[in-house]
Ligand binder design. Structure first.
Ligand SMILES: [Fe+2]
Length: 201
């Protein structure tokens, strides 16, 4: 990875401190960048393009709601295309733009490139600890009381991950998700994880 790209990541990351919605701050972006990097290496894609797409994927949350943040993030990339030309070729910037636009879990279209698939995979929580932690932070930031937070977290995670068919590129992520699904099926077991994770909040 070129030092300029590492510098770019270091420059942009602090902006995420201003994201109000819990679960979408700097820690999440670092996690998505790391996972994107690992998948880029595993699947022989350009790690710099993957990491910069991961870096910008939620930037639209600084100015827009969750419902439209992917569009705002993509516009941000377009607005900074001239700047990004210092580091990337035009087709690479287009892949970054597309990956940012297509990263949402509700996206049903074809992915423009493998970069989109990688960032979309990386953005999904597969680990039960991260799932609970992010969902808890999100609901906490809405000002709910602890009982409501628990109900929201369990209902949301069950709906989101329990039934849905989604195939990950990485068998490691797929296995992690399958393990999390087993925990979600059993509320008593889920509660044990929930208590452990939220007790250190
Ligand atoms: Fe994200």
């Amino acid at each position: 990875m070129r030092t300029q790209i590492i510098g770019l990541i270091q420059d942009v990351l602090p902006k995420y401190d201003n994201v109000k919605e819990g679960g979408h701050g700097k820690d999440h972006i670092i996690d998505v960048i790391e996972k994107s990097y690992n998948m880029a290496i595993e699947f022989n894609e350009n790690p710099e393009v993957c990491c910069v797409a991961a870096l910008f994927h939620d930037i639209g949350l600084l100015t827009n709601s969750r419902a439209v943040h992917h569009i705002a993030s993509a516009i941000y990339v377009l607005e900074h295309a001239k700047f990004l030309k210092r580091y990337f070729k035009e087709d690479e910037i287009y892949k970054i733009y597309s990956a940012v636009l297509e990263h949402r879990s509700g996206y049903n279209g074809e992915y423009t490139s493998m970069i989109s698939k990688i960032v979309s995979d990386a953005d999904r929580s597969t680990n039960i600890y991260k799932m609970i932690s992010r969902s808890y932070d999100y609901n906490k930031s809405k000002g709910y009381d602890e009982d409501k937070i628990y109900n929201e977290v369990y209902t949301h995670l069950k709906e989101k991950y329990y039934e849905r068919r989604y195939k990950f590129l990485s068998s490691e992520l797929q296995k992690e998700l399958n393990d999390a699904r087993e925990i979600l099926k059993n509320e008593e077991e889920f509660k044990r994880y929930y208590k452990e994770i939220t007790s250190c909040k």
